[in-house]
Design a protein around this ligand. Structure first.
Ligand code: FAD
Length: 462
């Protein structure tokens, strides 16, 4: 093609990091040729499989990414897994630069007793289940009377952990409202049959350290037929600290205090569900019956020590508490996997310097962006900032030479088709996309996601 004279860039992972990097590179370097390789037949990573179904406005970035992918010098190649269909050294051999942006898929475990019990579930997998991620579509969730979601490791004023409130909201939201979203049919069925009454949200620290945003809390408090019950004791003296808090934290805390006071005035009926945030508790062990089914969770009570709010540490008080529940979601963070044997990960991320991974002589330069390089922190906006920054560094390096002669995907395709003949291009994704939207129209929702890779491939190849 006419773009052959420019550098060949390979991006692995079609989530926000990969797309934002491609956006920046194509804007600044017209001669660049970009191939985006993605494990799934479909693009967009956690925009499609993480963001809550009732937040369609967050998914609007998909429109920008689509424009990026439709440029003549950008190619999407889905259903290609790094480490399985193609190896890192092969990509580095045939591209001038390789950017890894394959995210952080694995969830961290608590490492406590009976964590393998039936109905102790990674919240991330539950999210994958209701969002139609093929690998989570068969997750077994036994909906029973009392539930618990668990939010630990709330980092002091640091991480915006969106997930636990997403999960609580989806569990407690009226089915009629969920129906209008792109939540998968199997999740809708299961949720409409669930007899769920209560959801606890357990945090190690106090109300001043919560990791959700005011917008999320507002949504939660506004849920129809749901009453939020706070533990008054958790809020002792909080009102005295409020005036000195930084503004966002102040407004969030004021909203909580307002809700604590409002609670008493409400009356319940048999439709009412309950959301119960519980602070100063850390899970000690899961309690199970003879069949290894979850029956409850033993918690260690905690308190904060230290004078300065930002420097307070959480320590156990020695007291114990038990919450009876039959389903627990764990949400304490994620880590990246080692997709390729040539990659070195430390504490779940690929070590890098401003996105540059240590060089190997003679091979195309290696970069990392998004959660794989930063760790699983922050919202899409953070990921965008990081991806732009890494793309800038890539540009500087690519601009310092004008001798480009790598084969790019022409060479990679030879390697891939030996074992895998089902590479899905952007046209293939557009067919899947159209099918999903058509199916959604019939049901009065934005789309009905296809949840099986085989079906996706079949649609794309039509
Ligand atoms: P990802 O989005 O995970 O993309 C990685 C891509 O790489 C995926 O498409 C994956 O399939 C692919 N891949 C993985 N392994 C391989 C391989 N071996 N070979 C090829 N491809 C591979 N942020 C917000 O701003 N708003 C929200 O509402 C919001 N909700 C969230 C909900 C959840 C459950 C989670 C976990 C995060 C949420 N975030 C939200 C944060 C946001 O999703 C992240 O900031 C962002 O997705 C990180 O982008 P990424 O490209 O690094 O990773």
């Amino acid at each position: 093609s006419s773009y052959r004279s420019g550098p060949q860039v390979c991006i692995v992972g079609a989530g926000p990091a990969g797309f934002y990097a491609a956006m920046h590179l194509t804007k600044k370097l017209k001669s660049v040729n970009i191939d985006i390789l993605e494990k799934l037949p479909v693009p967009f990573g956690l925009i499609r499989y993480g963001v809550a179904p009732d937040h369609p406005e967050v998914k609007n970035v998909i429109n920008q990414f689509t424009k990026v992918a439709q440029q003549p010098n950008v190619n999407f190649y889905g259903n290609i897994t790094l480490g399985k269909d193609v190896h890192l050294h092969q990509l580095r051999q045939h591209y001038d630069a390789v950017l890894l942006s394959y995210g952080a898929e694995e969830d961290k475990t608590l490492g406590i007793e009976n964590e393998d019990a039936t109905n102790v579930i990674a919240a991330r997998r539950f999210v994958g289940w209701y969002n139609g991620l093929p690998s989570d579509k068969d997750l077994k969730v036994h909906f029973v009377h009392v539930m618990l979601t668990y939010l630990a490791e709330q980092q002091l004023f640091l991480v915006k952990e969106m997930l636990p409130l997403d999960v609580a909201r989806i569990l407690l939201m009226p089915i009629d409202e969920l129906k209008k979203t792109d939540i998968t049919e199997h999740a809708l069925c299961a949720l409409s049959e669930s007899k769920l009454k209560e959801v606890y949200l357990v945090g190690r620290r106090g109300p001043l350290q919560v990791a959700f945003t005011i917008k999320e809390l507002r949504e939660q408090l506004k849920l129809k037929n749901c009453r939020t019950i706070w533990n008054d004791k958790d809020f002792i003296d909080v009102d005295k600290i409020v005036p000195d808090l930084p503004r966002p934290r102040k407004r969030l805390t004021e909203l909580m205090l307002k809700s604590v006071n409002e609670n008493q005035a409400l009356t319940d009926d048999d439709q009412t569900k309950y959301f119960k945030p519980v602070f100063f508790r850390s899970p000690n062990k899961f309690l199970v019956d003879n069949n290894n089914h979850l029956t409850g969770i033993e918690l260690t009570c905690t308190k904060l020590v230290g004078d300065k709010l930002e420097e307070q540490r959480c320590v156990p008080t020695g007291e114990k508490d038990i919450i009876n529940c039959n389903l627990a979601f764990r949400s304490i963070g994620y880590k990246s996997v080692q997709a390729d044997k040539d990659l070195i990960l430390k504490h779940g991320v690929v070590e890098n310097n401003k996105g540059i991974v240590e060089d190997s002589a003679g091979l195309g330069k290696l970069y990392v962006a998004g959660w794989l390089g930063t760790g699983p922190v922050g919202v899409i906006l953070h990921t965008m900032g990081n991806a732009f920054q890494v793309a800038k560094v890539m540009l500087e390096n690519l601009s310092s030479t004008d001798n480009f002669n790598k084969g790019g995907f022409t060479e990679i395709k030879k390697i891939i088709t030996e074992n895998n003949s089902n590479v899905i291009d952007w046209g293939g994704w557009e067919k899947i996309d159209k099918f999903e939207k058509d199916q959604g129209k019939i049901k009065g929702k934005p789309r009905e996601k296809v949840c099986s890779v085989e079906k996706m491939i079949e649609l794309a190849k039509k």
